[in-house]
Each structure stands twice: as C-alpha cells, then as structure tokens.
Design a protein around this ligand. Structure first.
Ligand code: AHR
Length: 502
C-alpha cells in the first residue's frame, strides 16, 4: 500500500522575511477593450453615479481592497497623448489607438481616473509615454498633476476644475520598451538613457515621487536579463524600482505542469534581484533596487477570439479571459510567491482589474460578477498585510513536464502584530489526494483558529458566470489548533486560508 502523503510545517514569529508592502495587492486598468468603457465607466447604466462610474463595480473593487491601480497602460501608453484626455469632454479628440487597434474616445482621462481611484480608496500609479514621446510630455504631465499652482500646466488643471494637485506618487517610465510590439520599441541603451533623463526631469518637478523603470517584458525575452542590467547600469540612481511582467497559460491542458508555473515566477524574481544587486555592486551604490511586479496573471483563454475582433471598434470585448478553477489555484500560488519575496517585491499589479484579463466582469448595461481568481486575490489582499513569515515546510513533491521537485503544498504566512493575527495561505496542487498538514505554531501562544476558508471544486475547468458563482470559497475547512500544533486536511486541488487570532 502506498504511504499516505503528508506535509509538515514550522511557523515561528521570528522567521521574518519582511514587512509586506501593501502595494503588492495593486491592480491595473488600461485603456483596452472594456476595462474603462463598459467596465468601470458607463454613463447611462442603471448603477452609474453622477460621473458615469458604475457603483456595482466600485463595490466589487472595494471588496478587493486594492491599494494602488496602474494607469493608463500598458501597451496603450506608448502612443498616448495625455493632453487628449483632459479638459472639456466635448473637445477631446477621438484617436486611433495603435496598441490594440481600436478607437479611443478620450471620454475618460487622467482627472476622471484620479476621481475614480479615490472612490475605490486606491492610489494611482501613472505611466508616461516613452514610446512616441519623452521628457517634455512627461514633465508637463507631472506639472499638471502634482504642481500646486501658478504655472501653465498646474493652472490648466485648476481651470479643468481640479484646484488641488493630485500628488501622484508612483510613476512608470514607459511600458515594456524591449517589446517589438511596442510603439517606439527601444534598445536597452536607448531606453536606459531616456528613462534616466525623463526620471531626472520628473524628480526636478516633484522630488517626492518614486519611479519604476521597465525591465524585460517577460522572462522569456531573448534579451532578458541583459536588458534589465543595461537599463539599470544607466539609470540606477534615478529610478527606485524595476518592473517585471509575466502571464501564464495552460494551452497544453496539463494541470500538474500548469500549477507549478509559479516556480518559474520565483526563479524570475530571483534572477531580477541578482541583476539589481550586480549593478548595485558595480556602482558601489548604497541603494537597494526594489521590484515592481506590475503585470501578473493568467492570460491565454481569449487569445483566439481576440483575433476575430474588427479593428477600429470602440471598446470591443478584448482579452476577456473567462477564468476557471485551476486558474484561481495558480493565481493563489503566484500570490504566495510574491509574499515569499516581500523583502524585494514592493509593488505588484494583478493585470488587470475589470473585464480585461480581470477578476471582475461586467455586461454592458447589465450585471457584474466575480471571476474565480477574484477570491485568492481578495483573501491575500485582506489578510496578507503584516510581516511575511517564512514557513519551514516539508511537502511531498512531484515532477511535471517542465519542472522537477514541485512541492504539492505551497505556502506563505503573514503575521500582523498589531491585531495579533496570523494568516497561513496554502495551495494543495495534488490532482487527486487530500494532504494532511501538521504545523508547529508554538511561538503563537494563546492563538486559536478563527477561520479556515477553502476554495475547491470537483471540476478544474469550472467557471463563474453572471448568474452563477460555481467557484466560491466556503468556511467549512476543519483546521484545529491544540497545544501549539495546528492540524488541517488540505483538500486535493484547493486554496486554503487559515486564520489564527489571539
Ligand atoms: O495587460 C495586457 C498587456 O500585456 C499590456 O498592455 C502589456 O503591457 C502586456 O504585454
């Protein structure tokens, strides 16, 4: 008879990785498909507020407690004129949007987005166009958003009805500038130079800002990690973060291999961290570069249907991945990976937020609902704030097509000293076996289990629709804690959130 699989863990409050920067639970809205128009903005919708923002969407975003939202792109920003999106709406031009080959009406722009972000209690992470434009447009934009008054651009903002500056703190210097799909693609030397000079000018306008330089578009780019190294070599002292982007898919329909893909994400983060530290050493710099994983998610379901979209339509249904249960498990594992790197990854954006590869879906003029991936994102954002702890975990392992020694159990834990709460996030990737877990949590004296929430489903391909939440968490997990020993059964293919409180 085969031996029963089991997992063991030691979790101690002194095994600190780092304080979690809450901005790792950020998200992203691009002018793409129905993210803006028909997504969070739809005047005439029965739920629209006085500015045309859908209140049902606002409520769903608030449930996720999203701290920061990246905007307005993405690929779109590389040919975007920010001036098109401010001032009287009736005067705003319609433009060909080149990244996604649609028509951009510019009904929503910087000021509307800042207003919307306030309504969902999020900060804005703004990207500037370093594709078709550069230093001049970027320094004008930051003067418009962040300077108080008495100059051309700040007074223009005031004349548009915004007396107070928006004080946007975090700025992305372009987007995926290594990508041949980018309007205005640049070599690392070209990009490093423009990022450095643009960043310098922006910090002259507002020294309080933080800047994110583009790293490689994903780990599979042929110039990765050299692109990142060259960029940092040029701009190290001007920038504060380097960006990482990565999407995964299961086109081959190999769930065991798919669920292991966060190991690749882990390796990607380690490589970028080493690249940053190499440049730090080369420059004899005292500054440690942090990582902004500002696009991550699953993206593949919609690839084929997107090919059929008519060019130059307005807000077509682009990148509308319908996520299934196994996607939620991988998203949970990716969140665990981000938490394990809380010492270096200080910002991260699930890409994206509404309709476009998103946890929230809407119908034009209709309903809105939560996709499967909504739930692990929500759990991590709500309960993953505090100190990221390093669980010492011994888990049975498996091999898959691309990976060896994949732990069946993935885990991260967060301790919030103030509220005396500990949350353990766990994924069981085993396709057919429940795995019992025994954890030594003796350092958390006087704590007990307040909730063991589980996301599970018999069918890995189960999806949520407007009318039916087939995949949603329940609180019937049976984790129990006695004498410093926490025991739980982790159901096959499940996402678990075990919350302890004193
Ligand atoms: O999020 C969708 C797209 O993916 C973004 O526009 C781009 O930055 C990335 O390639």
């Amino acid at each position: 008879m085969a031996e029963q699989l089991k997992a063991k863990m030691i979790l101690d409050k002194s095994y600190e990785i780092s304080k979690v920067d809450e901005r790792i639970y950020g998200s992203f809205i691009e002018h793409l498909g129905r993210a803006v128009y028909g997504g969070f903005y739809e005047p005439g919708h029965p739920e629209a507020d006085e500015q045309g923002f859908r209140k049902d969407v606002i409520e769903l975003v608030k449930e996720l407690n999203v701290p920061v939202v990246r905007y307005p792109g993405g690929n779109m920003v590389s040919a975007y004129n920010w001036e098109d999106g401010v001032g009287p709406k009736e005067e705003r031009p319609r433009r060909l949007e080149l990244a996604w080959r649609t028509i951009e009406t510019n009904e929503v722009g910087t000021n509307e987005f800042v207003d919307w972000a306030k309504k969902v209690n999020a900060e804005v992470m703004m990207a500037v166009n370093l594709g078709t434009r550069g230093i001049d447009a970027a320094r004008n934009l930051i003067e418009y958003t962040n300077h108080t008054k008495g100059t051309y651009w700040s007074d223009l903002r005031r004349s548009h009805g915004y007396e107070q500056p928006h004080n946007i703190k975090t700025w992305c210097l372009g987007n995926e500038m290594d990508g041949p799909w980018q309007v205005g693609q640049k070599t690392a030397a070209e990009y490093g130079k423009i990022a450095k000079e643009t960043g310098k000018a922006m910090k002259l306008v507002d020294p309080g800002i933080e800047l994110v330089a583009c790293g490689s578009s994903h780990a599979g780019m042929p110039t990765f990690p050299e692109y990142d190294a060259t960029t940092l070599d040029i701009a190290y002292e001007e920038v504060d973060y380097i960006s990482l982007h990565q999407y995964y898919g299961n086109k081959a329909n190999d769930p065991a291999n798919y669920l292991a893909k966060n190991m690749e994400m882990d390796h990607f983060i380690n490589t970028v961290t080493s690249t940053c530290d190499y440049i730090k050493a080369k420059h004899r710099s005292k500054k440690t570069m942090h990582l902004s994983f500002d696009e991550w998610n699953v993206w593949y379901h919609s690839n084929d249907q997107d090919k059929a979209i008519e060019p130059w339509s307005i807000a077509p249904p682009q990148l509308e991945d319908v996520y299934n249960f196994e996607d939620a498990l991988l998203v949970g594992s990716m969140l665990i990976t981000l938490l394990k790197h809380a010492d270096r990854v200080k910002m991260a954006c699930m890409a994206q937020l509404v309709n476009v590869i998103a946890p929230i879906m809407t119908e034009n003029d209709g309903r809105s609902w939560k996709q499967t991936i909504f739930y692990p994102y929500m759990h991590a954002s709500l309960y993953g704030r505090g100190i990221s702890l390093k669980p010492v975990l011994s888990s049975p392992k498996y091999d898959s097509k691309e990976f060896t020694d994949v732990p069946y159990i993935d885990s991260a834990a967060v301790y919030d000293e103030e509220s005396e709460a500990v949350t353990i996030f766990l994924v069981n990737k085993h396709l057919s076996e429940d795995i019992p877990l025994q954890a030594d949590v003796r350092s958390f004296e006087g704590y007990s289990v307040v909730e063991h929430s589980v996301l599970e489903h018999e069918d890995l391909k189960a999806v949520n629709t407007a009318g039916h939440q087939a995949v949603q968490p329940h609180n019937r997990g049976e984790a129990a804690l006695t004498d410093g020993k926490l025991e739980a059964v982790l159901k096959k293919t499940s996402w678990n959130v075990i919350r302890l409180k004193k």
